[in-house]
Design a protein. Structure first.
Length: 418
């Protein structure tokens, strides 16, 4: 059935919010580092992570398309213990993940406004703005704003990649020795890179929640084809940009003798300079504003996603039909305070904070993926909404892929400690 423009317009939104979540730390920080440290060696890992994780994100969208409910409601219906596990994972990860995202955004913020404030103070201002927007504006403001945020960065990234390929790779310093990948440090970074590529699997619930909210907002229940079009638009745009940022790191920073900084403001300046070196100095503030806008959208969607997930879970346990807005607001305030405290402890250790957050997401991935796999094949999902054989096979391969690398991660971590 052909998609009509008016119906598609009512559908679009959750996929863009998903892309806003993805195109942040995983791209600006991890993909850039991958290219800067290892050249094009890890481009295969980026592509494979996007391929093997794909089914589990789509499954969440399929569930909501079929039932009109979020997949979190499905967890509760399947087993209360699944929901308990999801809530524990959410509480355990949300402070670290939010801190990593806000830390990078604060670094860009400090480059945008040159006031005498440290990263933690900038982070505090950002968190206050995010909470205010989410409490006052709710979903409609978030949905409307983020449809245009990041467009400058998208265009700038494509221009920068084309320019860098035309100019050729920046000459390497004399006696440059490429770092080893097949050692403890390299393997730990590899898994951290794939942890948020495109993002954490447990965050698939957010797309489901946003899709459910979009249905309520427009009073239109999209077809499966329309829902998947919206989701795929965000997913594949995110995957392409991940390769683009790795390419920029490999073409401009690999072997130039300058290490990426552990300080968020300094790293942010290095990131913007990477663009201006191929586009031109005139573009500095344009790129800076675009990058900040993108990271700000990531920060606000991450906070919104965690708060929605926690609020829905708690509401289901309370088994009440009342509005969960109070739970959402309280969760947002608690999350912001915890995020600020973590950032205060990691002021000059950006890479360690990001690596820990992304690796944590990867080791959670096999369990989150398996649960989504089980949910999409339940009796309440009609055959028309269940995945085809090829997608089912890809999901099984993805579970093996994530499980094997989780074991490798713990082995490498053990080897590093002992």
């Amino acid at each position: 059935m052909t998609m009509k423009f008016n119906e598609l317009k009512k559908t679009l939104g959750p996929g863009i919010l998903f892309a806003s979540t993805c195109i942040g730390v995983s791209h600006l920080v991890q993909s850039t580092r991958a290219g800067a440290d290892y050249g094009f060696l890890l481009v295969g890992a980026v592509i494979l992570a996007n391929i093997f994780k794909y089914p589990f994100f789509e499954f969440a969208s399929r569930y909501t398309s079929a039932t009109g409910k979020s997949i979190i409601d499905g967890y509760y219906k399947k087993s209360k213990w699944i929901l308990v596990g999801y809530l524990v994972i959410t509480i355990f990860s949300m402070f670290i993940v939010s801190a990593a995202v806000t830390f990078v955004t604060a670094g860009l913020f400090s480059n945008l406004f040159h006031f005498n404030l440290d990263t933690a103070q900038w982070a505090g201002i950002l968190l206050a703005i995010c909470i205010l927007l989410l409490i006052v504006g709710k979903f409609k403001l978030l949905d409307s704003t983020l449809k245009i945020v990041g467009m400058f960065l998208l265009l700038s990234t494509i221009i920068a990649v084309v320019s860098s390929l035309v100019k050729g790779r920046v000459p390497q310093v004399e006696n440059f020795v490429a770092p080893e990948l097949l050692n403890t440090k390299g393997i730990l970074f590899l898994i951290a890179l794939m942890g948020w590529m495109p993002t954490a699997v447990d965050m698939s619930t957010w797309t489901s929640l946003w899709t459910e909210e979009r249905i309520k907002q427009t009073n239109y229940h999209p077809t499966l084809k329309e829902t998947l079009f919206d989701f795929k638009l965000g997913y594949f745009a995110s995957a392409i940009l991940a390769v683009c940022f790795l390419t920029l790191g490999a073409m401009i920073l690999y072997g130039n003798g300058v290490a990426l900084s552990n300080s968020a403001p300094t790293f942010a300046n290095q990131l913007i300079t990477m663009f201006t070196s191929v586009i031109g100095d005139w573009s500095y503030f344009i790129i800076l504003i675009a990058a900040f806008s993108t990271m700000f959208s990531t920060t606000i969607t991450v906070i919104d996603g965690y708060c929605r997930g926690a609020a829905r879970s708690i509401k289901l346990f309370r088994n009440k039909s009342d509005d969960s807005r109070t739970i959402y607001i309280v969760t947002a305030i608690v999350l912001s305070l915890g995020t600020y405290m973590i950032i205060s402890q990691y002021l000059n250790n950006l890479k360690s904070l990001v690596d820990f957050a992304t690796a944590l997401s990867f080791i959670i991935a096999p369990l989150a993926g398996w649960v989504n796999y089980k949910m999409v094949f339940t009796e309440e999902i009609p055959l028309s909404h269940q995945p085809k054989k090829w997608l089912k096979s890809l999901a099984k391969a993805g579970l093996v892929f994530m499980s094997v690398f989780t074991v490798i991660y713990f082995y490498a971590l053990f080897a590093e400690k002992f």
